[in-house]
Write a protein that binds this ligand. Structure first.
Ligand SMILES: Nc1ncnc2c1ncn2[C@@H]1O[C@H](COP(=O)(O)OP(=O)(O)OP(=O)(O)O)[C@@H](O)[C@H]1O
Length: 303
């Protein structure tokens, strides 16, 4: 009997690029004896329920979209404790997480072929209060960028849109006084940026030393950036981020599985590049090996 795959497509992700390749992708799966169903999302948030339901009826779930759509799919599966392998077709604007999973970013048929020939990989997932993130939870300077950038603007200008918005947000840096409770340690101070990530790439650039990142070790990487006193300090901080200087006194780096962060004022967060709400108390936990992605087999060529 044919195995059944459901392809969940966000037709608005990226420049709508999936539209050009969808027929080829379906054809590839059919040629490999998959019985293919396709559904397009009609609204924000819909992929969550679609994914949860699909786990009951299909052998494989393929998500076509950007980081936001993939977040919705993963959220649906983790929250409802459903188990089904996920293939990812990176058809969004930045597709940050595709880099970590070594999925070809600008070649959707190649990404589909990799799913067909690939193998399962159990990946850690993040739990942020009552929400899920796949690869990054962040606050502060730069983070307003991805969700405040209008979709049309992202579609037309791609990565340049993020950079332009990032420069704009630098002129208006907000400081948060935080208490950060990690394992056996309390860090307190004024910070302009923070991220908890499970990824080799965040925002398209590697803002911290991510060389030891393992997506399935039950650990996150925490990065906090202290408040600069003047423009010169800010320059030093940017240089430290770009050179991945782990010894910089402006940066805090930790590896951890759980962290509690409290702030006297609400902090706006982004989860996987989408707005994640304002929070004063944040409890962030690693859910080890909570979802299964299909990734490249060692025998497959790197595309
Ligand atoms: N039919 C739809 N109409 C409007 N928005 C939708 C629809 N379907 C999904 N969405 C929303 O589109 C948003 C953007 O999708 P996604 O993040 O996947 O693409 P992107 O922003 O182009 O890529 P990336 O996040 O990688 O930069 C998601 O928040 C998703 O919920």
């Amino acid at each position: 009997m044919n195995r059944r795959v459901l392809i969940i497509v966000n037709p608005h992700a990226g420049k709508g690029m999936i539209k050009r390749y969808l027929c080829d992708v379906i054809d590839l799966f059919v040629k490999h004896q998959w019985q293919v169903s396709v559904v397009t999302t009609q609204a924000k948030g819909e992929a969550t329920q679609l994914a949860s339901d699909a786990a009951l009826h299909y052998d494989l779930l393929v998500c076509s979209g950007g980081d936001g759509t993939l977040n919705e799919v993963v959220s649906g599966l983790v929250k409802d404790e459903r188990h089904i392998p996920i293939g990812y077709l990176p058809a969004g604007t930045t597709n940050d997480f595709a880099s970590s999973l070594q999925i070809p970013k600008n070649n959707l048929p190649a990404a589909a072929q990799q799913i067909i020939d690939g193998k399962g990989f159990l990946c850690d997932v993040g739990h942020f209060n009552d929400r899920i993130f796949m690869y990054v939870a962040a606050f502060g300077a730069f983070t307003e960028v991805s969700y405040s950038t209008p979709q049309d603007f992202k579609n037309n200008f791609g990565r340049a849109a993020y950079i332009l918005e990032g420069i704009k947000s630098l002129t208006n840096i907000v400081t948060y006084h935080l208490k950060v409770e990690c394992e056996n340690e309390l860090i307190e101070g004024d910070f302009i940026y923070g991220q908890i990530s499970n990824s080799t790439s965040v925002g398209g650039f590697q803002a911290m030393s991510l060389k030891d990142v393992q997506l399935d070790d039950g650990l996150f990487e925490l990065l906090l950036v202290h408040r600069p006193n003047n423009l010169l300090d800010l320059q030093t901080i940017i240089a430290a981020l770009l050179t991945q200087d782990e010894n910089s006194s402006w940066l805090v780096h930790r590896k951890l599985s759980k962290v509690k962060i409290t702030c006297e004022t609400p902090v706006p967060w982004t989860l996987d590049g989408e707005f994640g709400g304002n929070h004063q108390t944040m409890v962030i936990r690693n859910l080890p090996k909570a979802v299964e992605f299909i990734v490249r087999n060692e025998e497959q060529p790197l595309v």
